[in-house]
Ligand binder design. Structure first.
Ligand code: PAF
Length: 250
């Protein structure tokens, strides 16, 4: 497994690959959800690249960035077991040599849900994903439906800019109790972890978004939003300082 830290080395490695390239962009703190995306890339592509980059521009709260788990050595051990060909783990200076003077803004889907609550978040996501897709030039890039709004925006960006990569949507992977897998789950206390699956169950069971909001509040969540769009119900809520998101098909 090659560990690539510079843009130039990533570009030259990419030049040496002649068959199908599968790409899984991540911010590390890998879990079974990421492993599922990587395994799928492994079965569909000859070359598999995973990025580990905690993208600073998508964090609207600097404390959230500080808190974000960064177990890089543990991630590399897991990636070796998954038979990944290359890990792209650049420092921020490699990705943002322009000091973030250039960015991608979307003016419709990015204005609601997490976009409304986290100013600048999706500009950061779309900008880094555009940069990563341009560097890795994958035939297929894999994203989870847990971040459905992100997935949709990336699909729309790829269409808008005529990027040649296929965006592959993969179903949310859940713990046995229903909690959507997320790197942020590592930050939950034992009591919060016990309560966390209620977000999913209430999104599924409540007869309306406003009932879901009330039920989450009654269970001790600080609700950011529960809203319905694109035939799905979306929820974001805090347990202590940890912000959880999930979505279900209606
Ligand atoms: O979903 C994530 O982990 C991140 O938003 C992504 C797509 C890797 C961009 O930093």
């Amino acid at each position: 497994m090659k560990i690539v830290e510079s843009v130039a080395s990533m570009q030259s490695l990419r030049h040496s690959w002649s068959k199908r390239v599968g790409f899984v962009p991540t911010m590390g703190a890998l879990h079974e959800g990421h492993a599922t995306l990587i395994k799928r890339a492994r079965t569909e592509c000859e070359h598999v690249c995973v990025s580990l980059f905690v993208n600073p521009t998508q964090f609207n709260d600097p404390q959230d960035l500080d808190r974000y788990p960064k177990p890089k050595e543990q991630d590399l051990v897991l990636l070796r077991t998954l038979d990944v060909d290359a890990v792209f783990a650049p420092p921020a200076s490699e990705i943002y040599s322009d000091n973030y003077r250039f960015s991608v803004h979307e003016s419709l889907s990015a204005k609601i849900l997490c976009g409304a609550k986290r100013p600048g978040h999706f500009a950061g996501v779309l900008t880094v994903v555009l940069k990563l897709l341009n560097l890795v030039r994958p035939h297929k890039a894999y994203f989870g439906e847990k971040d459905f709004q992100q997935l949709r925006l990336i699909q729309e960006m790829v269409q808008a800019f005529f990027l040649p990569s296929e965006i592959v949507a993969c179903p949310t992977v859940r713990e046995a109790d229903g909690l959507a897998m997320s790197s942020r789950n590592l930050l939950l206390s034992a009591t919060e972890r016990e309560l966390a699956p209620a977000l999913y169950h209430i999104l599924v069971m409540a007869d309306s978004a406003s009932t879901a909001r009330q039920q989450l509040h009654a269970r001790g969540f600080k609700v950011d939003y529960v809203e319905e769009h694109w035939g799905r119900r979306f929820g974001a809520a805090f347990l202590g300082p940890v912000r959880l998101i999930d979505n279900v098909e209606l």
